[in-house]
Design a protein around this ligand. Structure first.
Ligand SMILES: COc1nc2nc(N)nc(N)c2nc1C
Length: 308
């Protein structure tokens, strides 16, 4: 039975990954559901084979009284803002003054959701938290487990913290508000509020119905992992089964950053989720180290905010 359970984990995790991360399912939902039912039956027969990372454990049981507090091992920072080309050129000048002219940037979408932290121990997802005040957040592990694009177990037994933006796709937001209006409930003002309200539900069964998603954007403590560049860390996260945002670009100058920003603004209305800006980061981790942080933000990154 253990062998059957392990094979079912393997299959269900792969099919889940293809559907929710790659958006390219290789089997029909009916096949996925059949295998899930098989695993549920086996776990009922052999309870000792039911593990926290089992695909059957994504939607937790209990409704919480309140959220526990979580101290972030690495503070969750905020980003300095840029509102126009001059601010961006000033950022670039400060960076080059500190680390020299041989600088590459990574340009990423700033998803309009809420920042969360996912902690993994030996490859197992063990705890998830909101940003809170940057030092202390709320334990929303059970709700994050309901987000299908979050792997419950990694392909490698790594222990680290991953940061990302939880969000609600626009279509899900519109569907949810239709439902709420039908039930004479207050509709959410925007997908960001809907995501925040959903991820902080005390009942994971409600969170599970809200079709939340996530894009991960950094590994908090890169210590033991031998990558030299932020772009490599994102590639590693992809290899490990996480969902990263495909719209990222590498730029060799602020001119290329400005071009990338224009291209992204052009396609903004075609995205299936809301963004509220663009994040520009120095790609070299050694240069990030040299630049360091202000009291609350990295000197090696900036958020270009779209006019509201
Ligand atoms: C390095 O710190 C950050 N990086 C980020 N990257 C993206 N793409 N989006 C964010 N919202 C974000 N936020 C922070 C604090």
């Amino acid at each position: 039975a253990l062998k059957q359970v392990q094979e079912l984990h393997e299959l269900l995790n792969t099919y889940n990954y293809e559907y929710h991360v790659l958006d390219k399912p290789s089997v029909p939902d009916s096949e996925y559901d059949r295998l899930m039912q098989e695993l549920i039956k086996l776990e009922e027969q052999f309870p000792e084979l039911k593990t926290p990372d089992s695909p059957t454990q994504r939607v937790g049981g209990v409704t919480l009284e309140a959220f526990q507090k979580v101290e972030h091992r690495t503070p969750m920072l905020s980003l300095g803002n840029a509102f126009n080309e001059t601010d961006l050129r000033d950022f670039d000048r400060r960076v080059r003054q500190a680390v020299g002219d041989d600088v590459q940037y990574v340009v990423e979408l700033k998803i309009d959701g809420l920042a969360v932290s996912l902690r993994y121990e030996n490859g197992l997802f063990v705890q998830g938290a909101t940003r809170g005040d940057g030092t202390t957040g709320e334990d929303i592990t059970e709700n994050l487990k309901t987000i299908r694009s979050i792997p419950l177990r990694l392909k490698r037994e790594l222990s680290f913290e991953v940061r990302g933006e939880a969000f609600m796709p626009r279509k899900s937001f519109e569907r949810l508000n239709e439902l709420r209006l039908e039930q004479e409930e207050e509709p959410f003002a925007n997908p960001r509020n809907a995501a925040a309200g959903s991820i902080r539900q005390l009942d994971p069964k409600i969170a599970a119905k809200r079709n939340l998603d996530i894009f991960v954007y950094s590994i908090a403590d890169l210590g033991g992992i031998g990558v030299q560049r932020h772009s490599e860390a994102l590639d590693l996260l992809e290899e490990l089964g996480f969902k990263t945002n495909k719209e990222r670009r590498k730029c060799d100058s602020i001119e290329e950053v400005l071009t990338a920003i224009n291209e992204i603004q052009e396609k903004r209305s075609t995205l299936t989720y809301d963004i509220d800006g663009i994040v520009i980061k120095v790609d070299s981790l050694a240069q990030q180290e040299e630049l360091g942080f202000t009291a609350k933000s990295p000197r090696w990154a900036i958020a270009y905010k779209f006019p509201a």
